[in-house]
Design a protein around this ligand. Structure first.
Ligand SMILES: Nc1nc2c(ncn2[C@@H]2O[C@H](COP(=O)(O)OP(=O)(O)OP(=O)(O)O)[C@@H](O)[C@H]2O)c(=O)[nH]1
Length: 366
């Protein structure tokens, strides 16, 4: 039985049909067991030597699964399946192809012989676009029983389900990838924000010229529980360092070299102190260095190292500094009294000739 004379022309909106097929990304995919099982069932059900799931892709038909055929694809022009999708709501049955010279006579062989019998049920997308066909084929004329027709229609519906599952899984993967990309963008933005925050915080607490802590960071020291604990548990030393005749350095060598000299002081300080010590650019050419858990005698050695490093700093002139040191008691606040004593020591270092380290009341070097 066939209804060939009433077949409509090729589907008018081929672009939409092709787009519907493309959405499954199934053409040229690897063989898959569930589709192979369907053609195996079709062969058994209809008692034929060949069956296929054919998808009409541009100018070819491509078999997602097939049994009994000698090719994996053919030109669309010789595909009876292409005729079948022109009446998407019905099964196309050609009982004997020899009686229909108006139909393509495919070159492919069915179990070694020319194709004679064809029955195909169109596969539709949910919005009714014909994608291809589940078909059974034989190399001799024949017909299908009602039960076989119904069974073939069931297999076509199962194939459609498989295709929908495939599209659903792809969509899920796409959404997952999108979500991961979004989460990554969020994480990047968070990290960027953190970097900016860190940078701002660094700028707010560090001196731009020397990279040492600035005075406002020193003011925040009282809020730093760890730093305060170390000052409250062991003797510490406070040092004040002031560059000698720095006004002359600027006047004679210019501000740029003056800046370089301040960086050289910072380098010398950094190279002489240990982790946990606190170095602050306290004013223009004044530096404050806090050495937790350090007795005065040790601190004097550190101060001497700083002074000597500065004396040999790679500058086009000799730079000297004066330093005043005072001991801090763990039970006492480090601020006013200790600072005042260190300041007085510094004053004495200046007054007694500069380029020296003075401890509280006693000049140790000069
Ligand atoms: N190049 C440069 N100079 C600075 C900076 N901050 C402060 N100064 C200069 O440091 C000089 C400090 O001079 P004074 O306070 O008179 O002290 P001094 O010349 O070092 O003399 P003594 O401390 O008595 O040895 C001033 O000329 C300031 O302009 C800075 O960031 N860069």
């Amino acid at each position: 039985m066939s209804a060939l004379r009433s077949l409509p022309p090729p589907t008018s909106d081929e672009a939409r049909r092709q787009a519907a097929l493309d959405a499954y990304a199934v053409v040229d995919s690897v063989p898959e067991q569930p589709y192979d099982d369907i053609v195996r069932l079709a062969v058994t059900l209809c008692d034929v030597p060949a069956a296929a799931i054919s998808l009409i892709d541009h100018d070819r038909q491509w078999f997602k699964a097939q049994i009994g055929l000698d090719v994996r694809e053919t030109a669309r022009s010789e595909a009876i399946c292409d005729r079948a999708i022109r009446q998407p709501d019905r099964m196309l049955v050609v009982e004997d192809l020899h009686e229909h010279p108006e139909l393509p006579q495919p070159a492919m062989r069915v179990d070694g012989d020319a194709l004679r019998f064809y029955a195909g049920v169109p596969l539709l997308s949910p919005d009714g676009q014909p994608l291809g066909v589940v078909c059974v084929l034989d190399n001799k004329p024949r017909t299908l029983t009602e039960a076989q027709r119904e069974g073939l229609e069931v297999l076509a519906r199962q194939t459609q389900h498989l295709l929908e599952l495939r599209r659903y899984a792809m969509e899920q993967r796409r959404l997952l990838t999108e979500r991961e990309a979004f989460a990554q963008r969020l994480e990047d933005a968070r990290a960027d924000l953190q970097r900016r925050h860190d940078l701002l915080e660094h700028r707010a607490t560090h001196d731009a010229l020397t990279g040492l802590l600035n005075r406002s960071a020193l003011a925040q020291l009282r809020d730093n529980a760890e730093a305060m604990r170390s000052l409250q548990q062991a003797p510490y030393t406070l040092m004040l360092l002031d560059v000698d005749h720095f006004k002359d350095v600027n006047d004679r060598h210019g501000h740029l070299l003056g800046d370089r000299a301040l960086r050289a002081v910072a380098d010398a300080v950094n190279a002489s102190i240990r982790e946990g010590d606190i170095a602050v650019r306290y004013g223009g050419e004044e530096f404050l260095i806090l050495l937790p858990d350090t007795r005065l005698a040790q601190a004097v050695q550190v101060a001497e190292r700083i002074r000597q490093r500065i004396a040999v700093a790679p500058l086009p002139f000799t730079l000297t500094v004066s330093m005043g040191l005072a001991a801090g008691e763990p039970t006492r606040d480090w601020s006013e009294q200790v600072f005042d004593r260190a300041d007085q020591a510094l004053y004495r270092a200046k007054a007694t000739g500069r380029n020296r380290v003075v401890v509280d009341d006693t000049p140790l070097h000069g």
